[in-house]
Ligand binder design. Structure first.
Ligand code: GDP
Length: 369
């Protein structure tokens, strides 16, 4: 700010304690960290979590015959010194075990979006309580790659591609002790080149802070991490050095993208076509206007449809009436014809009787002669 003038202080004021105040406040509030483990059943997800956090989390046996992928979240309260951590481990149960692989990643995408949506809904509330909100957004996604030594499966590439704009992906080679060192080295290079050629963005340890730049630059070169070989390094990088960066990236990059897309979808925007700022009030008013116009259009459409239906019904009724009259005339005609038939039969009978009488008279008269 060019208008701000630097001033020297002539004595101690005390705002140099702000960082300490911040630390105290954060410590008393506690922290929250959420990890998503993606990988097939038996690849070593639970084992790695136990090793990373030096504890035994609840482990659920799962089979390879799950009908669909389920995401199971377990939350734990951990404490180290005076720092409390609410840790959530989310496991992908049955990942990659189904015939339809597309559904495997869709459930994961939906889960991540649901957590973003819950946070957005809390943010949009009139009376919000973000300070004690249990943030369930995923901060780190450990993607377990099977130690095949060949290349990534297409499911791995597709899943990582679908997730890379939503979550910090850290690829790890599972059970790295089952392949030789030279194979592992070649495998790592192959994986990285496949990720690059498919445009998959994985999490990069930050190098802009000089206190961690050196270690993070080295560690970026070790990605994907080989589990077993470098569990210590993984713990160091994930928890000791970069946990806060993972939390921050989740909020400022991934959540921000979700929020922006969602609000734009709802019709909110920061500027109008002439790049003038648009306030929330203006957006609300114009949306309300659009809604009213749309409502009127629909009402008119419904009215037209109603009028059309009434006309059709009237025409149908007229047709029916005409048919009824015709039917009545036909019945009358039939009755008249039947009466006429009866009369004709009676006349014929009479005529026959008269002719028989005449013949009899003629016969008698001829007898007298
Ligand atoms: P999850 O189903 O992915 O959670 O897999 P688990 O962590 O339950 O591991 C399945 C099996 O693999 C267990 O018998 C583990 O002992 C074994 N396992 C886990 N990690 C490793 C590893 O790094 N190397 C080897 N060789 N075996 C491992």
């Amino acid at each position: 700010d060019k208008n701000a003038r630097p001033l020297a202080l002539s004595g101690h004021v005390g705002f140099d304690s702000l960082p300490d105040q911040l630390v105290n406040k954060s410590t008393s509030q506690g922290f929250c960290f959420n990890i998503l483990c993606i990988g097939e059943t038996g690849i070593g997800k639970s084992t790695l979590m136990d090793t990373l956090f030096n504890t035994n989390f609840e482990n659920f046996e799962s089979s390879h015959f799950e009908p669909k992928v389920k995401l199971r979240a377990q939350t734990y309260d951990l404490q180290e010194s005076n720092v409390r951590l609410k840790l959530t481990v989310v496991n992908t149960v049955g990942f990659g075990d189904q015939m339809n692989k597309q559904e495997s990643y869709q459930h994961i995408v939906d889960y991540i979006d649901t957590q973003f949506e819950s946070y957005l809904q809390e943010e949009l509330k009139i009376k919000r309580s973000l300070h004690n909100y249990h943030d369930s957004r995923i901060h780190a996604c450990l993607y377990f790659i099977a130690p095949s030594g060949h290349s990534l499966k297409s499911l791995d590439l597709v899943t990582m591609k679908k997730l890379d704009s939503k979550v910090n992906i850290i690829p790890v080679i599972a059970k790295a002790d089952t392949i030789s060192k030279s194979e592992l080295h070649k495998f790592k290079i192959k994986i990285m080149s496949e990720l690059v050629s498919n445009g998959v963005q994985i999490y990069q340890f930050p190098i802009d802070d000089e206190t961690v730049a050196k270690i993070n630059t080295t560690m970026n070169g070790h990605l994907p991490f080989a589990v077993v070989g470098s569990t210590e390094e993984l713990r160091e990088m994930l928890i000791c050095v970069n946990m806060e960066d993972l939390r921050e990236q989740t909020h400022t990059r991934h959540y921000e993208l979700y929020r922006r897309c969602k609000l734009e979808e709802m019709g909110f925007k920061d500027t109008d076509p002439e790049c003038k700022p648009v306030s929330l009030q203006q957006t609300y008013e114009s949306k309300r206007q659009e809604f009213l116009v749309e409502l009127q259009r629909r009402e008119e459409e419904m009215r037209q449809t109603f009028v059309q239906r009434v006309k059709e019904k009237e025409a149908e009724l007229k047709d029916a009436e005409r048919e009824t009259k015709l039917e009545e005339k036909r019945r009358n005609l039939e009755e008249e014809m039947s009466v006429f038939g009866k009369h004709r039969a009676a006349a014929e009978l009479l005529q026959n009787a008269q002719s028989n009488n005449k013949k009899e008279k003629d016969r008698k008269n001829s007898g007298f002669m």
